[in-house]
Design a protein around this ligand. Structure first.
Ligand code: ZN
Length: 175
């Protein structure tokens, strides 16, 4: 059984900038374990803490070589362009072709406090960029162009997924 319910679009926690983590204690280690259970049960390849209602800069992932967790991630560099059909566990059942940088150099900490870094490409790079967005309160529909985003919000309303009407009237800020 999944440890958490995954928060869905319209939940305010998904729009907040998550806070830096200063201490890795037992509670945080348990949170990571519960997030991984939730991610695998979904199933998904990545999950950020705000998606389970926790306002901390942390995400977990497994694209086949994991599981891993990263705390307080920072982007060092991105490069190139890559279009990928991207979905999100917080916007269930839908996906859109989204252009983002192809590669990323990302740095953060593991649960032992050691610095970890990855030079990632394509799918792994996309996952990192997507989870980083969650920590900054950005959902993938904000990465769509205006027309596609309007159509996406209409689809979400029709399918009664989350509470997208709040987003539609709340004024989306494009990055
Ligand atoms: Zn997501």
């Amino acid at each position: 059984m999944a440890a958490f319910d995954i928060r869905v679009i319209g939940d305010p926690v998904l729009r907040q900038r998550a806070k830096e983590i200063t201490d890795v204690d037992d509670k945080l280690v348990r949170l990571v374990s519960d997030m991984l259970d939730t991610m695998y049960a979904a199933p998904g390849i990545g999950l950020a803490a705000p998606q389970v209602g926790v306002n901390k800069r942390l995400f977990v992932w497994d694209i086949g070589e994991g599981p891993f967790a990263m705390i307080n991630p920072e982007v060092r560099e991105t490069d190139g362009e890559w279009v990928f059909e991207e979905g999100c566990l917080s916007v269930p059942g839908l996906s859109w072709e989204i252009m983002r940088p192809k590669t990323i150099h990302i740095v953060g900490r593991d649960l032992d406090g050691n610095e970890i870094e990855y030079e990632a490409d394509e799918l792994e790079s996309r996952m990192f960029q997507h989870e980083l967005d969650h920590l900054d309160g950005t959902l993938l529909i904000e990465r769509l162009d205006d027309d596609t985003r309007k159509a996406a919000l209409k689809t979400l309303r029709e399918l009664q997924i989350g509470r997208p009407e709040k987003l539609a009237t709340g004024g989306l800020t494009l990055p």
